[in-house]
Design a protein around this ligand. Structure first.
Ligand SMILES: O=C(O)CCC(=O)C(=O)O
Length: 274
């Protein structure tokens, strides 16, 4: 396999920590993947929350396929190399005219992974505009190290601890990551980013897939699992896991429940994305 990115795009990602937009899904594919969201919406509130926030590719072959989509991986390969694991995925779903937001943060703050060959493919399944609360980034902040974060536990914050960068972000440098349905952005694990509430009349649905180079290691803690998406795993830094073979099959739901129950997101207040 080879990357679809040009040398100039790879350099732009290295310089800015973000790259967009890429058209990765056609209209028929968007409709197909939205069926997975409909399936999740039809579940009980608890199951639904767990699936929106944690590894829903365990229970949906559609979402497993989305994580392994060749057009996404062709771009991801350009920034983290040919051996690609899916370490996690979650939905950032904001209902129409709702207050949910995401505070300024850097993903690496709590992930405990190194080196930072870690990228998120944020795939838009509905329009992600300034009005609907698209992601916003400060290009270049991935180069300055991890800033101090405070945990606010704010109710409408979609992040697990309401974690927020404790210093002022340079708002003059903010870039709106506006995406049409079927487009994606790539962002570096260290870049500062946030998003505002959805003031539009439609849902803003993003599926954030967390890809790590297979050579990436955990800094400590309980050994994680990851799914091989492309290439090979010669490093064995994670227990390899498979995706789903159907939609919401009982055995897959049980596997998800066991995994979700074991994450730091599940207990008590959280039930939000990291
Ligand atoms: O979708 C959003 O509003 C924020 C996304 C985000 O924080 C992430 O993908 O890491």
């Amino acid at each position: 396999m080879a990357t679809s990115l040009s040398a100039a795009q790879i350099q732009a990602y290295k310089d800015n920590g973000v790259l967009f937009p890429f058209r990765v899904l056609d209209d028929a594919e968007i409709a197909t993947f939205l069926k997975a969201v409909e399936g999740i919406d039809a579940l009980s509130p608890d199951l639904r929350k767990g699936l929106l926030l944690h590894k829903s590719y365990y229970v949906s072959k559609l979402l497993t396929d989305l994580c392994k989509h060749p057009r996404i991986l062709d771009a991801v390969e350009g920034v983290i190399g040919p051996n690609i694991l899916v370490w996690g995925a979650n939905f950032f779903l904001k209902e129409p005219k709702s207050d949910a937001y995401v505070s300024w943060h850097q993903d690496a703050t709590y992930w405990g992974l190194e080196p930072s060959d870690i990228v998120t493919a944020w795939v838009a399944l509905s329009p992600s505009t300034v009005e609907s609360g698209c992601m916003r980034v400060v290009p270049g902040t991935h180069k300055g190290g991890i800033m101090a974060h405070k945990e606010t536990w704010a109710q409408d914050n979609l992040l697990s601890r309401g974690q927020e960068i404790a210093v002022d972000v340079d708002l003059d440098k903010v870039v709106d990551v506006v995406l049409k349905p079927g487009e994606m952005s790539l962002h570096h694990v260290d870049i500062a980013h946030n998003s505002e509430p959805n003031r539009s009349n439609h849902r803003r649905i993003g599926f954030a897939i967390r890809y790590v180079g297979a050579h990436v290691k955990q800094a400590g803690g309980v050994r994680d699992k990851a799914m091989l998406a492309r290439g090979e795993d010669r490093w064995h830094n994670f227990d390899l896991e498979g995706g789903a073979s159907g939609e919401f099959l009982p055995a897959d739901m049980a596997r998800h429940a066991a995994s979700w129950g074991g994450t730091r997101l599940a207990p008590k207040a959280p039930q939000k994305a990291s």
